[in-house]
Write a protein that binds this ligand. Structure first.
Ligand SMILES: Cc1ncc(C[n+]2csc(CCOP(=O)(O)OP(=O)(O)O)c2C)c(N)n1
Ligand SMILES: [Mg+2]
Length: 349
């Protein structure tokens, strides 16, 4: 296990700006869909990542364009941090045909194959086996300079599927990055009640690969750590664990009344919000003025508003697309003909 707190890297100003705008965009996106849910325009449930904006943005910035990535149920920041089109994401949240999944997936299924985003997943721990499969593809096809980054939570880290995947990835030397966002709660259960050894980075040693930890509310620390860990995967051709320590100040999901934690605890972490901390850093170092940072906030607001306008302008999915995107192409014929055959697609109705 190693720590990185190296700030000597010199950053391009535009890169720092991009990190800030992205974190602000994630934050605004979450606040806006919360409102839209209240208006009955977003259905199902959703898991907001307010407080964890630096994890998705810092990690996403450190990955390369062709890397595979798997997001969790709390995956909006993972996707936006990696550059998924915000308009298509918002349309998906609104259940519209212009969405990333053509309006049929919603919050927990956002994917973007063109950018390596293999999907989010509502099944806690499922990303482990899928990551091993994607990484095995990289290995067997000898694809150079590519990894598969799989997000998981502290709760998921106790799932058998994750532990088995860690073992498999190590035994088969698979280029998997297990990105563990430790927000210290699995739903309402605090980590101390879930495990005796709360030092989750130690998990990696048990399987024979290294782990890096970072302050998950410091976007530069996240970026540097993931970048180093990624370099290791490429050089050593084996898995790594990255533990990003963070906290969600939003509730677990839409039905959370926060009865399992105190208001003081939430307030403490609200003050540790990664956007607030990065703003202080940028101001203190004289990299941007307050006015410039306010401008970044406006840019994020505008991107979210454009996304809502776009989403609202898209139609709802057409009935005859019901079976599209549900089965892999080669199986479409087996399960009733699919769109072109016109069987069971709703066209008859
Ligand atoms: C296999 C499985 N078990 C239980 C659930 C219900 N569930 C959804 S999110 C969640 C908590 C996950 O905690 P963690 O992995 O720490 O992620 P976080 O929600 O904190 O981001 C649970 C238990 C589920 N979706 N899938
Ligand atoms: Mg958690």
């Amino acid at each position: 296990m190693s720590e990185i707190s190296d700030r000597s890297l010199s950053y391009d100003r535009e890169f720092l700006r991009e990190l800030m705008v992205r974190m602000m965009t994630v934050n605004r996106f979450e606040e806006r869909i919360h409102e839209l849910f209240g208006q009955g325009l977003v259905h199902g449930t959703m898991h907001l990542c307010i407080g964890e904006e630096a994890t998705g943005v810092g990690t996403g910035a450190a990955l390369k364009k062709d890397d595979y990535m798997l997001a969790t149920h709390r995956g909006h920041g993972h996707a936006l941090g990696r550059g998924v089109d915000i308009r298509a994401m918002m349309a998906e949240m609104l259940g519209r045909a212009g969405g990333t999944n053509h309006g049929k997936g919603g919050s927990m299924h956002i994917c973007d194959f063109d950018n390596g985003i293999l999907g989010a997943n509502g099944i806690v721990g499922a990303n482990g086996p899928i990551a091993c499969g994607a990484a095995l593809t990289i290995k067997m096809k000898k694809i150079p300079d590519r990894v598969c980054a799989a997000y998981l939570g502290d709760g998921a880290s106790n799932e058998g599927a994750i532990l088995e995947s860690m073992n498999l990835a190590a035994a088969w030397d698979l280029p998997v990055m297990f990105i563990l966002t430790n927000n210290t709660y699995g739903l309402s259960t605090p980590i101390e009640r879930a495990v005796r050894n709360t030092d989750l980075a130690q998990r990696a040693a048990a399987f024979g690969f290294p782990a890096w930890e970072c302050d998950g509310n410091d976007v530069l620390a996240v970026y540097e750590t993931v970048k180093k860990a990624r370099d290791y995967v490429i050089a050593e051709k084996g898995p790594v664990l990255v533990v990003e320590h963070t906290y969600r100040t939003s509730g677990h999901s839409k039905s959370d009344k926060n009865l399992y934690r105190s208001q003081e605890e939430i307030r403490y972490w609200e003050e540790q919000n990664p956007i607030i901390r990065f703003r202080s850093f940028l101001l203190e170092k004289g990299i941007f003025s307050q006015e410039e940072i306010d401008g970044m906030g406006k840019e994020a607001d505008q991107a979210v508003q454009d996304a809502v306008d776009y989403g609202m302008s898209c139609p709802e999915p057409f009935a005859d697309s019901l079976e599209r995107d549900v089965y892999a192409g080669e199986y479409a014929g087996v399960y009733g003909g699919g769109f072109d055959a016109g069987f069971g697609t709703g066209r008859e109705a």
